[in-house]
Write a protein that binds this ligand. Structure first.
Ligand code: UTP
Length: 308
């Protein structure tokens, strides 16, 4: 018998203000910024589709309509490109709307990630017992030749029930920049029981070196927990507070330690790294960029290289 599918819907919260990318985010949603030529949110949509989701539920906000538009068909543009013999570009235009069915819900005010996820609760069907949440500014890349982390997380939920989160092992000297898991071992070195989560602890007080990443497989009890937590710093409802409440009430929460790559697209420094990393791997742009960067890095004059 086929194993039941762990989730059908993937929630993608994309209603934040993107303040770290101002002034660009005055008009351009952070989630549409390109990594070489493809918006981060399209890459995350592909990950959700690959993991078996058949619906992306994007949480947007007033003024960020361009996100939904990115996933809508553009038949005139496609026809123009095809008429000009640019079939490969037409396929790129089509990709976002062919990947997965997309629906949107609106978060009227940016009241935090927890609140954004809560806005999606009523859009789930009554028989959806669990839901995936993927943060579109977090690229979680599988190790070469392996499937994405959500497949592993689904297997952990099938075994233990409850909710499953994703972690990266980071050097202790960097841990204070992250949310950190307090964990207990299981027989599998890459699966831990979560006892608690601590936001940005000093390195010597961090309960582990396992940092939270933007992938969640949540039991639908999370929506009830989100209604019962109170706003934290900045008046925002935190998703981690709702998970912590479930843990306190005995709900099983596990974490999968992911060994693939990760890029944080949510701030300019991480975004630039991601862009360069993907550009270096690009068959057309990579070799020249590599050569240019090598020259640029050996140049000790400061400022900008003049000419290409
Ligand atoms: P971030 O905190 O990284 O995004 O939230 P932000 O708030 O847009 O960024 P800054 O801090 O102002 O620069 C992670 C994800 O959660 C969404 C964001 O759009 C982002 O994709 N989010 C955040 C919401 O949907 N609603 C919120 O109220 C907050």
């Amino acid at each position: 018998m086929e194993a039941p599918r762990p989730f059908r819907t993937a929630i993608v919260p994309a209603a934040g203000m993107g303040t770290r990318f101002l002034p660009t985010t005055k008009t351009v949603p952070k989630e549409l910024l390109p990594v070489v030529d493809t918006p981060g949110i399209e890459m995350v949509a592909a990950e959700a589709a690959e993991a078996g989701a058949d619906r992306l539920l994007i949480v947007t906000s007033p003024g960020k309509d361009a996100i939904a538009a990115h996933f809508a068909p553009r038949p005139e543009l496609e026809a123009t490109l095809i008429a000009r013999g640019k079939d490969a570009l037409a396929a790129k235009v089509r990709r976002a709307n062919e990947l997965i069915e997309v629906a949107t819900v609106t978060q009227d005010e940016p009241k935090g990630l927890g609140h954004a996820v809560g806005c999606a609760g009523d859009a789930l069907a009554a028989d959806e017992e669990a839901v995936a949440v993927l943060l579109p500014d977090d690229l979680v890349l599988p190790p070469p030749g392996e499937s994405g982390v959500l497949a592993r997380m689904a297997a952990v939920r099938a075994h233990y029930g409850g909710s499953v989160l994703c972690a990266f092992d980071v050097p202790r000297e960097q841990i204070s920049a992250y949310g950190v898991f307090d964990v207990q071992d299981t027989d599998d070195p890459d699966v831990k029981i979560v006892r608690d989560m601590v936001e940005k602890p000093p390195a010597d007080e961090a309960p582990s070196t396992l940092a939270t990443a933007g992938r969640y497989l949540l039991d639908r009890q999370i929506f009830d927990a989100l209604k019962r937590i109170i706003p934290g710093s900045g008046g925002e409802l935190q998703l981690t507070d709702a998970v912590a409440l479930l843990i306190a009430e005995g709900h099983p929460v596990h974490v999968v330690v992911h060994h693939g790559g990760r890029h944080d697209l949510g701030n300019p420094a991480g975004y630039v790294r991601a862009y360069v990393d993907f550009a270096l791997a690009h068959p057309e742009y990579g070799p020249q960029l590599h050569e240019w960067l090598a020259r640029r890095l050996s140049w000790t004059g400061g400022g900008r290289v003049r000419g290409a």
